[in-house]
Design a protein around this ligand. Sequence first.
Ligand code: SF4
Length: 203
Amino acid sequence: MRLSEEDFTKIPWHDIVALGTKTMLYRDTFTISWLLGRFCNYKCSYCWPYARADKKDHRPTELCLKTIDEIKRQARDQGFNSFNWSLSGGEPTFHPGYLDILQHLADDEHAKRQRIHMTSNCSRKMKWFETYIEYAQKFDKASITASAHFQSHQIKRKALISNKNFWKAFAVTQSKLKKLRICSLRFTDITFILLIKINYGQM
Ligand code: SF4
C-alpha cells in the first residue's frame, strides 16, 4: 500500500469554515435517496435480506406524488430549490407509477435544477428504457447505475468461459449499452453517466 506523502498535521484546521462538495455548499441542492419498494425480479444470493422481496410492496403512486410535494415544501421552507433524486429498490423500475413519478417531478417549473438518478439491474426490455429516456430527458441531468447480476441470469461461474450463454448475456448487455448511449445523446446536458457494476456473487 502506498502511503500519502502529505503532512496532514499542517492542515490549517482553524481556517476551514466549511467542508463538502461544491454542489452541496454553494447551491441550494436538496438530495433525496428513495427506495421505491423492495420487490425485485432477481434473487441474488448475496443480496442483503432487507433489500429485496418477492412480493410487490410499492406504495400507491398517488401517495408517492403527495410525498414528493411534501418533501419539496419542507425543503423550500429551508431555502432549497434544486433537487437530486436518487431512485432505487429492490428493482425500482417495477414500481407501477415509476414514469408518473418522473413526470410529476419534471412538471415542477419552480425548481431551479433537478437531477434524476436510478440504480437498476437493467433487466427491463429495451423498449422500457427508450420510454424512460423520453421522461428522463426533461431533467437537467440523468444518470443510471446499472448492476449486472450474472448469477440471476442463471449462469454458473465455473462454466463462464466455455458457456455460450454467458457470452450471449454479455453481448445483450453490450448491445443495451450501445442503444443507451445513442439515446443519451438526446439529453440536454452534456453528460449521461452509466456506471456498470458487475456482481458475480457466490455460485
Ligand atoms: S438485483 Fe439487486 S436488489 Fe435484486 S436481488 Fe440482486 S442484489 Fe438484490
